[in-house]
Design a protein around this ligand. Structure first.
Ligand code: CA
Length: 462
């Protein structure tokens, strides 16, 4: 951060102080995370959405056409747009701001971490089993609690910038081995900075949307000219996405220690990828059309506060990065991740990968510090994706290209079919949760089905 005035000096001082206190006193001091809290709404122990989670979403129903802001508990959506209209946030710092009278979370995200914390605390109070305010108010319950099956979640955020990192050492090593050989799988910069490219936000969709197989230019035969046609190596990538809340000014650097104050929350992210298009186009400027035809996110934005009890130390970094990337490495998260595949011929989905987020080499604090080291501005609703998550074994790989080792070792499905890459009709579903003692903090799922390319076999229009 470029220090411009006394207020900012205090801000930096308080952040540093907070970090020190946090580290030495109590990592899990957020009252709403108390595992003993129960709601008057029944929540199954394996639900992703107990009273300790309370993520944020935007939804529509048959009656609510324009989009309302909600939270989720168990199998219910709590309508924050209506709660605000009835004055239930008057004792918080968003009082009078009509912050939930929008069809996106952006204005709420822009208010920063404390506003989010107060609203989550208010929701937790309202849903607590000992509080009669909502529990015993039948007509209010009818107005603000909606069964999840009656709700259509929509894209919760107006996503401005989208940056895709490449922060799993295991994934980067696997791809490096496949494309450049086993002697030097990582590029020379990889251990010194969190590598990324600026992606496209316009084609990010919410879970449930189909993904259409893209058309494009590929070079399947090294000895022949490139060809135009439907992608033949369609893939997924399991990642976590971080949404920026509080903004930064153009020219300002966000110090690594202040990064958590700028992140609103996280979603599951499927970065659909066309490997054959990507491998021909990516040099020298990086991914383009092989990546930006579609990415999918889960609808429920889980706050960093809800994830706090599952914060863990990241792996040691060797060589030590430059000072602007150094901090106490306490910002990784113990999140279990699963990828399921169901072909058109299968009656139920099959888990094809089970892995964990906690070993990521670069954490989001380092990503944000690096992204702003040149003064690049951050806006509420900007999205960072972590990069494909992978573990050390084949069953922990986060993409088809790794699971089938470039297509050379296809997966065998329970239907007897084989898969090197995704076929039309394949449905990919990703799930994620943190396992607490008797409860889970989960992300729900992000799912999408591959549908056939448009105009496959036709020449590109001129
Ligand atoms: Ca990616």
């Amino acid at each position: 951060m470029t220090i411009k005035n006394a207020h900012q000096v205090d801000h930096v001082r308080s952040i540093n102080q907070a970090n020190i206190l946090e580290h030495h006193v109590n990592l899990h001091a957020i009252a709403e995370n108390n595992p003993a809290f129960k709601s008057f709404i029944d929540v199954a122990p394996d639900s992703d959405f107990p009273i300790q989670n309370l993520p944020f979403c935007v939804f529509k129903t048959g009656e609510i056409m324009g989009g309302h802001i909600g939270s989720r508990i168990g199998q219910w959506i709590l309508d924050l747009t209506r709660l605000e209209q009835e004055g239930y946030f008057q004792d918080t710092r968003v009082s009078g701001k009509n912050i939930f009278q929008h069809a996106t979370l952006n204005p709420f995200m822009a208010e920063g971490k404390e506003a989010c914390r107060e609203v989550r605390a208010r929701l937790s109070q309202l849903l607590r089993d000992e509080n009669p305010q909502l529990r015993d108010h039948a007509s209010l319950r009818k107005r603000v609690l909606i069964p999840v099956e009656q709700v259509h979640p929509v894209l919760p955020v107006d996503i401005g910038g989208f940056t895709d990192f490449y922060s799993s050492k295991e994934h980067a090593t696997n791809l490096g081995r496949m494309f450049r050989g086993k002697d030097q799988p990582l590029m020379p910069n990889w251990l010194h900075l969190p590598v990324a490219y600026d992606g496209r936000s316009s084609s990010i969709v919410v879970s449930g949307n189909d993904v259409r197989r893209p058309m494009g230019q590929t070079k399947p035969d090294a000895e022949k000219p490139p060809v135009y046609g439907a992608c033949k190596k369609l893939d997924f990538e399991i990642e976590l996405g971080c949404f920026i809340g509080a903004s930064s000014a153009q020219g300002e650097q966000i110090p690594v220690g202040a990064a958590p104050d700028h992140v609103f929350g996280m979603v599951l992210f499927n970065d659909w990828s066309a490997r054959d298009i990507q491998s021909w186009e990516y040099q020298p400027l990086g991914p383009f059309l092989g990546k930006n035809f579609c990415s999918s996110i889960s609808p429920w934005v889980v706050t960093l506060d809800a994830l706090e009890p599952f914060r863990v130390a990241g792996p040691a970094q060797e060589p030590q990065p430059l000072p602007y990337l150094q901090h106490e490495r306490l910002w990784n998260y113990d999140i279990n991740l699963f990828v399921e595949l169901q072909s058109g011929a299968m009656h139920q989905a099959q888990v094809i990968s089970a892995l964990n987020f906690k070993a990521m080499y670069w954490d989001f604090c380092q990503q944000l510090a690096h992204h702003t080291i040149n003064g690049c501005k951050m806006r509420p609703g900007d999205l960072f994706a972590s990069g494909t998550v992978s573990g050390k074994t084949r069953g922990e790989c986060g993409s088809m290209i790794e699971l089938s080792w470039g297509g050379a070792e296809p997966l065998r499905l329970s239907s007897g079919e084989e898969r090197a890459f995704l076929e039309d009709g394949d449905r990919v579903t990703m799930k994620a949760y943190c396992q607490g003692d008797g409860y889970r903090i989960g992300f729900g799922e992000v799912t999408g089905t591959v549908i056939p390319a448009l105009n496959a076999g036709q020449p590109a229009s001129v």
